[in-house]
Design a protein around this ligand. Structure first.
Ligand code: ADP
Ligand code: S3P
Ligand code: MG
Length: 178
């Protein structure tokens, strides 16, 4: 398989966790756009937002997506990557896009247990539950438009990886919607 696999979905859906496990299972390179930004700029998401605002972060994130993507890599994106048309088009044209879907309750539980505020500064100033509901409602259609496959991300990591592997047979990833 030479086309990259992109994981999209909200904060806490498991893009970073599943991306690492999937890359390992497939013997592919793993890339995370937020990690790439941290290592190339030396700044956390919170530091970039503090200095350049969310617009500055979104610009850097789009550049990171294009610069970091390699053929045959698993790419974990940040939850807001779908906000820009150019990013959605890039991912759909270049590779296979998987939407990790989970309920607001599941996302809230994970983010309350592991908020990682340096990488996930507040988007709205609201509580985690209120923020997730609001942000997911605003982005749901964009995740759906971007994705070739919807994956149930409420399962355990090993179940999710097995589910993904079933949909992308070694003979070549399928872009057929499901
Ligand atoms: N399938 C899962 N089941 C249980 N916990 C998970 C699962 N996927 C991720 N997590 C946990 O949720 C938190 C957020 O996961 P992460 O991979 O950073 O999500 P994202 O990159 O989508 O924001 C982490 O603490 C991670 O261990
Ligand atoms: O949803 C968002 O807008 C964001 C999600 C974060 O990544 P994760 O989805 O990996 O947490 C990170 O890119 C940044 O804090 C913005
Ligand atoms: Mg992540």
């Amino acid at each position: 398989m030479t086309q990259p696999i992109f994981l999209v979905g909200p904060r806490g859906s498991g893009k970073t966790t599943i991306g690492q496990a999937l890359a390992q299972a497939l013997g592919l390179q793993f890339i995370d756009t937020d990690h790439w930004l941290l290592s190339t700029s030396g700044m956390s998401v919170a530091e970039i937002v503090e200095q350049e605002g969310w617009d500055g972060f979104r610009l850097r994130e789009s550049q990171a997506l294009k610069s970091a993507t390699q053929p045959g890599a698993v790419v974990a994106t940040g939850g807001g990557i779908v906000l820009r048309d150019e990013n959605r088009e890039f991912m759909r044209e270049q590779g296979l896009v998987l939407y990790l879907r989970a309920s607001v309750d599941t996302l809230t539980n994970r983010l309350e247990a592991f908020p990682d505020e340096g990488q996930r500064p507040t988007l709205t100033g609201k509580t985690i539950t209120d923020e997730i509901s609001e942000v997911l409602a605003a982005r749901e259609a964009l995740y759906q438009q971007s994705a070739h496959h919807f994956i149930d991300a409420s399962q355990s990591p090993s179940e999710i990886v097995a589910d993904i592997l079933q949909r992308i047979p070694a003979s070549g990833a399928s872009k057929a919607a499901s």
